[in-house]
Design a protein around this ligand. Structure first.
Ligand code: HEC
Ligand code: HEC
Ligand code: HEC
Ligand code: HEC
Ligand code: HEC
Length: 405
């Protein structure tokens, strides 16, 4: 009797155990898989190794650099670099299962800003990084995203490009390091990570293939020269503006006015009046005159809209013509670029509007060009709310036109 009970218990135990194994293997096939840790290989898989604070400084934070370099700090604060971590769209995308670990390596690139050190990948799978707690993790430095130390601190030195200053911290002069290649290390990535995830930032390649190569670079256009004190009381020197102006599409209310204008606009003449039966013709030309790369560049979600419309006296649209400049992608089942009509550096493109007049009266011709960070659908999908700025207007004109009997 007793023996039977023991056998019964044993059978129940074994059944439960095999059920647990079957469950584990079925829902978690890696359980049986032979696991190998493959080393990281691609540049964007690596963080910049943990940095120590240079002698004479309290810590690595931009806030601390700003105690002396007041203007630099104030300018940098308004740049999108300072918001590359807190950005709502970035945070929304980071939370998705489809975002692998290396997303953070250009947005919070210092290892000190990352909670974990990634040692390798299980069987080369970018969704299974082997993580170790980072003893030097600094949460407030993380908030500063692309901070001063990202570009300026290595191996206990502040990297500078001048070398003739009286800094209270060790300085290593390395203009080569502080060149456009630093910018390109993040602003140029061309990789298909998984079938549905592609990383395409080719601003560096676009610049190299364009007419500004050898004449102007990322720094000469995006960090205009200044003549002022690097630190109050040390005398004026040649320096560089640190607001990193770009598209000018703000992130928050605080990131304003950091804009460069890449396009120039020209228009055909518009008659103040024309006879019934004649055609009202209008051409708006956009030239990528001032950007050293294609426009838009970088994130494939960016685009321009060109809208030309005619309103009657009551304010109703009688005719309109819309154009788009940008890339179009299909993300499922496989990331694939469908079209790309971005403007090359130096390229001019014409946008036509034509309307055969039908009724006499007073009309208004409106032309507007807007530049978009991302579409309304994408903003809704990422739940960015109503206050996240999606676009700015870069050109707007209105003309009265009389159609006479
Ligand atoms: C205690 C004040 C102080 C702090 C804090 C400080 N600096 Fe400086 N830094 C200076 C002074 C002073 C100079 C020299 C200015 C001059 O001679 O015109 C200088 C020079 C520099 C230079 C130019 C060096 C060269 O030769 O090109 C860079 C770059 C620089 N600092 C970056 C930083 C960064 C980045 C931080 C924060 C990690 C920082 N500094 C923190 C005071 C400070
Ligand atoms: C560590 C990576 C990294 C480095 C190095 C870097 N950037 Fe950036 N940059 C970024 C990221 C990420 C953003 C986007 C931030 C955002 O929108 O939240 C950005 C944004 C920008 C923008 C603003 C784009 C806009 O929205 O208008 C400009 C301009 C820019 N960078 C220029 C430069 C220049 C010039 C350099 C070199 C001096 C440089 N960057 C170096 C990562 C980097
Ligand atoms: C000849 C000047 C020039 C050079 C060289 C240049 N840029 Fe720009 N860049 C611009 C202008 C102007 C804009 C603003 C375009 C606009 O929105 O009207 C811009 C915009 C940008 C933007 C914002 C994205 C966008 O579509 O507006 C980024 C990012 C950027 N540049 C990065 C870089 C990097 C990285 C380099 C170096 C590889 C570089 N730029 C070289 C002039 C330049
Ligand atoms: C995205 C990279 C980047 C970031 C972030 C950055 N800098 Fe710089 N900084 C540069 C480059 C590049 C130069 C050198 C430009 C040259 O000489 O051509 C420079 C130059 C300087 C200089 C020397 C004088 C000058 O203006 O050329 C000082 C001082 C300086 N930076 C301080 C700071 C401080 C303080 C911060 C943070 C508030 C900061 N930088 C953030 C890229 C950066
Ligand atoms: C190789 C460096 C690099 C990596 C890796 C990277 N980014 Fe970025 N990211 C950038 C740069 C540079 C910009 C600004 C470029 C621009 O818009 O011209 C940017 C901008 C963004 C933006 C703002 C879009 C905008 O219009 O400014 C989001 C959101 C973003 N990245 C999400 C991600 C996600 C999600 C991943 C991982 C799948 C990722 N990033 C990985 C460099 C990188």
């Amino acid at each position: 009797m007793k023996i039977n009970r023991k056998i019964g218990l044993l059978i129940i135990g074994l059944t439960a155990l095999s059920a647990a194994i079957i469950y584990k293997v079925y829902f978690n096939p890696e359980f049986l898989e032979k696991q190998e840790i493959t080393p990281l290989t691609k540049p964007w898989e690596f963080a910049i190794p943990n940095q120590k604070t240079p002698a004479g400084l309290v810590n690595l934070s931009a806030e601390n650099c700003g105690a002396c370099h007041t203007e630099y700090y104030a300018e940098w604060k308004t740049s999108t670099h300072a918001h590359a971590w807190s950005d709502m769209q970035f945070q929304a995308e980071l939370k998705k299962e489809s975002s692998p670990f290396m997303c953070i390596n250009c947005h919070i690139p210092l290892q000190n800003q990352q909670e974990f050190i990634v040692k390798g990948l299980i069987n080369g799978d970018i969704y299974r990084p082997v993580k170790e707690k980072n003893p030097h993790f600094d949460k407030s430095l993380q908030q500063e995203a692309i901070t001063c130390a990202t570009c300026h601190v290595r191996d206990g030195f502040v990297i500078g490009s001048k070398g003739n200053t009286q800094a209270p911290h060790p300085v290593k002069k390395d203009p080569e390091f502080l060149s456009e290649s630093l910018c390109i290390s993040c602003h140029n990535a061309n990789a298909v990570l998984t079938p549905t995830l592609a990383c395409t930032f080719q601003t560096g390649d676009e610049w190299k293939a364009g007419p500004f190569y050898g004449k102007k670079n990322c720094i000469s256009c995006h960090m205009p020269e200044t003549h002022r004190e690097l630190v109050a009381g040390y005398g004026e020197k040649l320096g560089h503006f640190h607001g990193f102006p770009g598209s000018g599409i703000p992130k928050f209310d605080t990131v304003k006015a950091n804009a460069l204008q890449g396009l120039s606009f020209s228009e055909s003449k518009i008659p103040a009046s024309l006879g019934l039966g004649k055609k009202l013709n209008y051409t708006l030309s956009l030239k990528n005159e001032f950007a050293g790369h294609r426009l838009p560049t970088g994130d494939p979600e960016r685009f321009y809209l060109i809208r030309i419309k005619l309103l009657n006296e009551a304010g109703n649209v009688v005719s309109e013509k819309n154009y788009r400049i940008g890339e179009q992608w299909e993300w499922y089942p496989e990331a694939k670029k469908i079209s790309d009509n971005n403007l090359n550096p130096g390229e001019t493109r014409n946008f036509e509007f034509s309307w055969p007049t039908k009724n006499p009266g007073k009309y208004t011709l409106q032309a507007e060009v807007t530049k978009h960070r991302l579409s309304q659908e994408s903003a809704d999908y990422n739940k960015l709310g109503k206050n996240y700025p999606l676009f700015i207007s870069v050109f707007k004109k209105e003309y009265p036109v009389w159609v006479l009997i």
